[in-house]
Ligand binder design. Structure first.
Ligand code: SER
Length: 315
């Protein structure tokens, strides 16, 4: 990764990844793009271009203008939004992906895009879900993710594009909100704990899903992209996770810092249904063995950091 183009740079991952890549590779070597332009450090503190990822020509022009050698394609609709707008999700998630892969093929770029725990479905083994297993998701988002994993492997085998990906769990962060995901409760709960001392969860108690704190997710992207290709038996995409948790566990951890915190439930059947179709916990052994994946933050360490950072952000 020497000169990197990001799509979806104003999203939950992109906002923080842009900053990290500017730190690691130099401001001049990172080109952030998004469909919207806001008054934000991602836009103001380095190269930024407006880009609708469904416009293949525009994407190619920007990649050529900056002579990029790496594309990190993040622009996508998350699971709950995709369920509400399935056709839009197909067009954006798959259209954007194939455009980004085509530009990577033409310009010989290394390529990264996230997959998700959403690439699994109700037939998948629920606990310690293996790297290679049944993938028959029942959501549009999951259909997009499985098709995307296959398409990325295809571009590698067929055209030699250096495609790499991670099956992210729910990502928890305090900088930019996720928006439209099933795992978003695990971000909202921290905001509401500080703002109101109370949270109403749309995901039911006892519903386990994998999660990871954003600093671990950013490190995982950089480490995977820097990994020696000779060591990669898998490519699209690696299981990664830091914790398997359910709402009561997060609430209990928050109460260690805010003893009066209360939580009740108003379960959203759509997002609960999506969560129920996903694994309770996935097994990241392949990522650990093939490129040294390791997460630094468990629930306790993440909660401490989230509450500290959010308190100063919301003050
Ligand atoms: N966080 C995502 C979602 O909930 C999962 O990849 O949609």
């Amino acid at each position: 990764m020497k000169k990197i183009l990001l799509t979806g740079a104003l999203g939950q991952i992109g906002t923080e990844l842009t900053e990290k890549l500017r730190d690691v590779y130099g401001v001049d070597n990172v080109v952030a793009t998004d469909i919207r332009e806001t008054d934000h450090p991602v836009v103001n503190n380095g190269h930024f271009e407006l880009l609708d990822v469904t416009d293949a020509n525009a994407m190619g022009e920007i990649a050529k203008k900056y002579q990029v050698d790496t594309i990190i394609h993040l622009a996508a609709l998350l699971s709950a939004t995709a369920e509400a707008k399935p056709l839009l999700a197909w067009n954006l998630n798959m259209g954007g992906l194939v455009n980004a892969l085509e530009v990577s093929r033409e310009l010989n770029c290394q390529f990264f895009t996230p997959s998700s725990i959403g690439a699994f479905g109700p037939d998948t083994p629920k606990n310690q879900t293996p790297q290679d297993t049944i993938q028959r998701p029942t959501t549009m988002y999951g259909v997009n993710k499985v098709a995307g994993e296959l398409l990325c492997d295809y571009y590698h085998h067929k055209f030699g594009v250096d495609t790499r990906g991670l099956r992210f769990p729910g990502l928890i962060s305090y900088v930019a909100p996720p928006g439209g995901g099933t795992t978003d409760y695990a971000v909202e709960i921290y905001y509401k704990a500080i703002e109101n001392g109370a949270y109403t969860s749309y995901i039911n108690k006892g519903t386990y899903m994998d999660m990871m704190y954003m600093p671990d997710a950013l490190n995982a992207i950089v480490n995977l992209m820097e990994a020696d290709p000779a060591n990669l038996k898998h490519r699209n995409s690696f299981n990664v996770t830091a914790m398997s948790i359910e709402p009561e566990m997060v609430a209990a951890e928050i109460r260690k810092h805010i003893p009066s915190f209360t939580m009740d439930y108003n379960v959203d059947p759509v997002r609960q249904g999506i969560a129920d179709s996903w694994p309770d916990s996935i097994d990241p052994t392949a990522a650990t063995e093939e490129w040294g994946f390791k997460a630094e933050y468990d629930l306790a360490k993440m909660t401490q950091d989230m509450l500290t950072k959010l308190k100063s952000k919301l003050a």
